[in-house]
Ligand binder design. Sequence first.
Ligand code: FAD
Length: 385
Amino acid sequence: MADQSGRKHVAICGGGLVGALNACFMAKRGYFVEVFEMRPDIRSQEIVRGRSINLALSIRGREALSRVGMEDVIIQKGIPMYARMIHDISGTRRPIPYGRDKQNIMSVDRRLLNEVLLDAAEEYPNVKTYFNHKVQSCDFETGEIVFLKDDKETVTRKVDLIVGNDGAFSAIRRQMMKTVRFDYQQTYIPHGYMELNIPPTQNDEFAMEINYLHIWPRNEFMMIALPNLDKSFTTTLFMPFELYDSLKTEEQLMQFFHDKFPDSIPLLGEDHLKKTFFNSKALPMVSIKCHPYHVGSKAVIMGDAAHAMVPFYGQGMNCGFEDCIVLADMLDQYNDDFSKALPAYTEHRNPDAKAMCDLAMYNYIEMRASVNSPLFLLRKKLDNL
Ligand code: FAD
């Protein structure tokens, strides 16, 4: 609860991208903020397993970073992408700009972003971070929350606000579902994703044009590649799970790539392709819509916990970052009165976030198929006149 100095006490559950940024937002308000993350500290890990190595950061996310003075730091560590670069089956490449006047999205390293944001949060004297602390249970009447540590000990806190920044499979959201009238919809798409890598050339150069989001759209499936600062490209294959399962031998895999992505083979390298394909598992993608995003004056969910979306619009994290702005604005408007700010947050944010989930689903078709259509190209040309 509020400490002796009258500061509000907030437990941020999840120290991922949105949780770490949110800690900065809450600390700036003068709250006493404790961040509890289930996994070990990412900064002390040699290898971090998890989703996508790099991400597209857009204006929505940049605005949120700028509110806590972090935009420039992050931008210096990113690579601007001014256009999509479409790779035809014949190997011909053609750019489709994202907008006019060098408008761009930034390719940023997920791990670096998370690390920099955790560092930034810890610079506030009123923030404490704990790792290997997993939400076990919470009570939205009393504000009590229990965490299980990896040594099986439990840690309990009683706080003014419980914030669920604990991702698509949120424990806080699960508890909300048991507590209030809660609408929930979850959809898995038939496609899975697998990450490959295009290394730098032998002369230590980028193997393709740098400032582009490269796409190999093949209607039913596609591959994309985003540049990294180490001159490699993180390359992601999206296709139906049945198609992954049908490629059982190295010959079948190579035949498929020769037929569908021939220009990518020398870039990826045959050995890497075979090794990665047969040693990894394609991962599922889920879209989640729910309502409300809060319970009374004690709990709120944000980021993927509130609105996980398929990655084709490149807006999941960006939207989660924007959540931090929307909540901060509501807290400003209602003088930090949670009983008023939280319902206002649900009311404002819920329709927008649901629309983003729908747009992401729409872009699932645009990226792999519509970019091939003459009508789409004509529309883009007219847009850019
Ligand atoms: P997460 O990143 O999932 O973080 C949640 C954190 O909570 C984790 O650290 C987790 O360990 C912790 N946690 C979970 N459960 C508990 C618990 N019980 N107790 C304590 N801690 C817990 N978005 C973009 O904006 N641009 C992109 O280009 C983009 N590309 C993507 C590509 C792919 C292939 C995928 C899958 C997603 C992509 N996204 C992109 C979406 C983006 O990854 C997510 O929207 C973003 O990671 C959400 O951040 P978050 O902090 O809400 O959740």
